[in-house]
Design a protein around this ligand. Structure first.
Ligand code: ADP
Ligand code: SF4
Length: 690
């Protein structure tokens, strides 16, 4: 296939100070949950992005000094020369595939608690640390500022030594010290670093000048800055102080990388923002500078990308999540393989990796975070080593991915689905308010499968044990999913809840199948704590019902703190008039009332309720597997394996992952359960300076 000439503009080289990017695809700095803890893992992950065609591949935040230590988050670390080899590993992996390596050196200032180093945090002025951590940053004196500039300069020199081509000065996400100096609400200094905007921008200017002076001969110097904080005059705004700062420093750096701050604003999910959502805040920057501008907006459509460039909004298509969901996005556009692009669905499962300090995971890309430890490549998969066909039962995310990965290995694949529609839970859930983009999990896989000659798909085909035994497949994957239980058993109660076996009790499956609670008010019992309870509250509200949502947590959808959606969901509930009942469990239902028990006092009350939607837990749909359990060996089948929710109900990401893993491991020597990177022991057994 050849590239559509309309997209040629995306493949023009662009000069960034002393270096040149081969095209306009720019993987902006993004967290991985890996950071300094697993250098091989990280280097391979970033190297694959370069192989996939990104012209620039950046690190995550990289700490320059132990006074700005953001444990328990795993970010990059360049505290001293001993950190250079690990960072060089990544720069080398990126260079191997012809891309430029960028490093986002930074100091957290008043945004990190220094849990690890136990040193006092420091900030422009005395302020509490974010995340409600119970410590405060001390106000920096002049010597602290001089020290900070020296640490930044030394880190820039180390970056150059490690081989990086672009060195950042970081001033966004409300996480970096340079931004904290800019913010009026965080800077009440009375010296030349406080007061007027010019004074508050002094540190940023100095850091840019220092970095240029230190490494500017060979490295480009980029500034990542907040174009808006979405808090009006209390923060930086695109038509106020952010604009003025960028205008003031317009020609100083070699590149402007702009976004909206803080991270929840920058990485909004598809439930709250669509592709290109940042344009209204960032488009002014190019009018102020002749330097190249990078911006983000969960770009996956080449037409949108071209439009941004042609309209003078951006010079580079910045991407974090789209590069995670498809590290080969640029290559696919370059080769005219638009239908092969695996588009990000905007679920932020990747963000949960950072918040849980675990290897980067992605709903759409099961190889993410497994590049080094399992040797998985997003585009390459080992050919099959045996003859015989594969039967996959169930076409939800697990079954679709299993079928696709097995087919890519060259197996003859048969995929049977009980219903007329493929996609399983993704098809149902994508019809819920705000979740339409989740259908991409299905659509990309079905699109791929339908083009493969070695794949047969059978819709409306409920398989029973006899069918499977007679089918003649060598390997069988049971991907029959799960269903929401109705009896109330879940996290809060290990026992069935009185009244849940009565009428007017609905599960999420009922609502997704179109059964509307007929009588109100509706009580949603959210014992699940992820998105489902909140989304169903929206659904019932849009249908006109009066809605209450009870949760034992302090807030609605509490797990979404890890997907950056906690506040947006809480705000939506409030604006829709959903009454959230925190610290409350549902302990009975019937007779037109719900019984509520306070988890704080044990007090029980009753509220009128005509319908109950119970969101507690799911049960595997594993009857077919049980029927096959002791019979398949005799039928000459080599393996029957449960995957996805049928094995253990979990996230869509985990369903896709287990389907992929199953296909990768067919006929392979059983790998280690979890290969891992071991910490290296310093041969000299020397204590580092810090
Ligand atoms: P997962 O998340 O594990 O992929 P889903 O619940 O999304 O699970 O999908 C399971 C799919 O399996 C559903 O589309 C369902 O209709 C289908 N299914 C369940 N039982 C059978 C069966 N016996 N034969 C064929 N398909 C089945
Ligand atoms: Fe996109 Fe979700 Fe993958 Fe993150 S986890 S890159 S949001 S698909």
């Amino acid at each position: 296939m050849t590239r559509d000439p309309r997209y040629d503009i995306l493949f023009e080289p662009v000069a960034i100070g002393p270096v040149t990017a081969r095209n306009r695809f720019y993987q902006v700095p993004h967290c991985t949950g890996i950071g300094w803890t697993q250098p091989e893992t990280l280097a391979r992950l970033r190297g694959i992005k370069a192989e996939g065609g990104w012209a620039v591949v950046a690190t995550e935040e990289t700490e320059i000094h132990p006074t700005g230590d953001c444990e328990p988050f795993h970010e990059g670390r360049l505290w001293d020369d001993r950190d250079i080899p690990a960072m060089a590993l990544m720069a080398d992996a990126v260079h191997e595939h012809g891309a430029l390596a960028a490093i986002e050196i930074m100091h957290h200032g008043g945004s990190a608690a220094n849990w690890g180093t136990r040193l006092a945090p420091m900030a422009p002025s005395a302020r509490p640390i974010i995340y409600h951590y119970p410590m405060q940053a001390r106000a920096m004196d002049k010597q602290d500022i001089r020290d900070l500039r020296r640490w930044h300069r030394e880190a820039a020199l180390r970056s150059k030594k490690a081989g990086f081509d672009i060195v950042y000065v970081y001033a966004t996400h409300d996480l970096s010290i340079a931004q904290q100096f800019l913010e009026r609400r965080k800077n009440d200094r009375t010296d030349e670093y406080g007061g007027s905007l010019e004074n508050r921008a002094r540190l940023l200017r100095e850091l840019i000048e220092d970095t240029k002076d230190a490494v500017g001969d060979r490295c480009a110097v980029a500034v990542r800055i907040a174009a808006d904080e979405l808090m009006g005059d209390a923060g930086l705004t695109h038509d106020g102080e952010a604009r003025d700062v960028i205008e003031m420093l317009a020609e100083l750096p070699d590149l402007w990388d702009v976004n909206i701050s803080n991270w929840p604003n920058d990485s909004q999910t598809s439930r709250f923002a669509k592709e290109g959502f940042q344009e209204q805040y960032t488009s002014f920057v190019k009018q102020l500078t002749s330097k190249p501008v990078v911006g983000v907006g969960r770009f996956t459509s080449p037409d949108t990308m071209v439009s941004q460039i042609r309209r003078g909004v951006l010079d580079f298509i910045g991407a974090a999540r789209p590069s995670i969901a498809d590290p080969f996005l640029p290559k696919k556009i370059e080769e005219g393989r638009i239908d092969d692009i695996r588009e990000c669905i905007g679920c932020n499962m990747c963000v949960t990796s950072d918040y849980t300090s675990t290897n980067l995971r992605c709903t759409q890309n099961p190889t993410m975070g497994e590049e080094w430890r399992r040797g998985w490549h997003p585009e390459i998969i080992a050919p099959k080593k045996s003859e015989g066909s594969v039967l996959v039962v169930g076409a939800g995310p697990a079954g679709l991915e299993a079928a696709l990965a097995a087919a890519r290995r060259g197996f003859e694949v048969h995929l049977a689905e009980a219903t007329a529609e493929l996609g399983g839970r993704v098809t149902h859930e994508s019809k819920l308010p705000g979740l339409s983009e989740w259908a991409r999990v299905r659509d990309w896989r079905v699109g791929q499968l339908e083009r493969m000659a070695n794949v047969s798909i059978y819709r409306d085909s409920t398989l029973e044990a006899e069918h499977v035994l007679e089918f003649g497949a060598r390997h069988v994957a049971i991907a029959t999913g799960s269903h929401w239980r109705k009896d109330g058993v879940g996290r809060d109660s290990g026992f069935a809840v009185p009244g849940f076996d009565g009428t007017s009790v609905y599960t999420p499956d009922d609502l997704m199948a179109g059964r509307d609670p007929e009588a109100g008010p509706v009580i949603i019992w959210d014992d699940d704590h992820y998105y489902m309870g909140g989304v169903l509250a929206e659904l019932c509200r849009y249908a006109g019902a009066e809605v209450m949502l009870a949760t034992t947590a302090a807030t609605v959808s509490s797990f979404t703190a890890y997907t950056l959606e906690l506040m947006p969901i809480a705000k939506r509930m409030a604006r829709l008039g959903v009454e959230v009942l925190p610290y409350t469990s549902v302990t009975g239902f019937g007779g037109g009332a719900v019984k509520l028990t306070s988890v704080l006092t044990g007090e029980t009350t009753e509220r009128p309720a005509g319908a109950l939607v119970t969101v507690t837990a799911r049960l595997p749909e594993d009857a077919l597997f049980e029927q096959l359990r002791d019979r398949w060996q005799e039928a000459g089948i080599a393996s029957v394996t449960r995957i996805g929710d049928c094995w253990a109900p979990s996230t869509i990401q985990q369903a896709v992952y287990t389907g992929h893993k199953w296909a990768r491991e067919l006929d392979e020597t059983p790998p280690l359960l979890v290969p891992r990177e071991l910490p290296a022991i310093d041969p000299g057994r020397v204590k580092a300076e810090w």
